[in-house]
Design a protein around this ligand. Sequence first.
Ligand SMILES: *[C@@H]1O[C@H](CO)[C@@H](O)[C@H](O)[C@H]1NC(C)=O
Length: 401
Amino acid sequence: MGRGSRLTRLDAFTKTVEDARVRTTSGGIVTIVSVFIVFVLVVGEFNDYRRIIVRPELVVDKTRGEQLPINLNITFPHVPCELLTLDVMDVSGEQQSSITHGISLTRLTPYPESRPVSTSSLNLHDDSASHLDPSYCGNCYGAPAPEGKNGCCNTCEDVRESYANIGWAFGKGEGVEQCEREHYAERLDSMREEGCNIAGHLSVNKVIGNFHIAPGKSFSTAQMHVHDLNQYFASSKAHTFSHVIHSLSFGPELPSMVKHQHNPLDGTSQSTAERSFNFMYFIKVVSTSYLPLGVTETTEGAGTGAVETHQYSVTSHKRSLAGGQDAEHASTVHAKGGIPGVFFSYDISPMKVINREARAKSFAGFLTGVCAVIGGTLTVAAAIDRGVYEGALRVKKLHQG
Ligand SMILES: *[C@@H]1O[C@H](CO)[C@@H](O)[C@H](O)[C@H]1NC(C)=O
């Protein structure tokens, strides 16, 4: 035996002599089964390679000076639109009182029907100042006229606003010529049974703050924020702040892949039978972005499909204010036990979640997987085939012997 034979002993791939090869039926079956298994596993491997997964990352939110968009759609079945006011206040001192821009108030027919009041029966600003003498300048009854009205209060709404601006209770406008002309009191009474839907978008500074929906015109000074609660409590029909939150979100929707659940307040409702009842929601807002495959950084408005939005978690609290309120107090300051309404306090989380789309496997990983599947299956198949073959031989020998 020479050098050649020593190498021969190292050959891992021993070859079979052609004559010694035998084909058996069992071998055929094992081959078919193993080919089938290889096929199934390779398809699985391919699907795994094509699969896109979403990897969440947590980073410190370094964006500055952004606005926080709020989308809301809330129904109040027992308070007419005329009595509802939406205000925003934040720690920077900015206040947006009686927001109307971007928000629509829809009058609803009395509970439990609560359908939008058909426009044909809508005559909210009927009898306005439009038909009056152009030189007419209405009296503001001692209150300063609202901005941009040239010192005049031509409509009941103007008088109401001027009163609210300095914190006077307005009531039903008795003795106010503009309101009597517009039949404000009758209109208010005719709406008593109605409900209201508030829906729309607003934008707030991305700092701690709150927005609330409370009765009556509001006005603010540096120290306090006051609502004119007179008409809310004066009503014979018991208004309450029972409400249904159809949706409340901060920013655009996330793609369905990551939106495992709805926003926590969507489709929730709270009810009360008390007039003086206060609902509070404490919301933690978390910035969230979604980067589709191929988008690595959030580029503003580049149309890349990146989504910048916010998720939130919420805890709620409610309490009765009964005892502290009576109809005599035209205006009530927040600090004094609070006012009825629905308050949303929001706080911004310093952490941001980035959801990044990624391939579950690289192409090299895919190839490795395919080789492993083919090699492994064939080896196991060969072992089985050999076992079956030798077992059969032994049985045969036993019978002969
Ligand atoms: C508010 O939600 C209600 C109930 O889901 C829906 O009918 C209504 O169209 C929504 N309003 C807006 C402005 O989206």
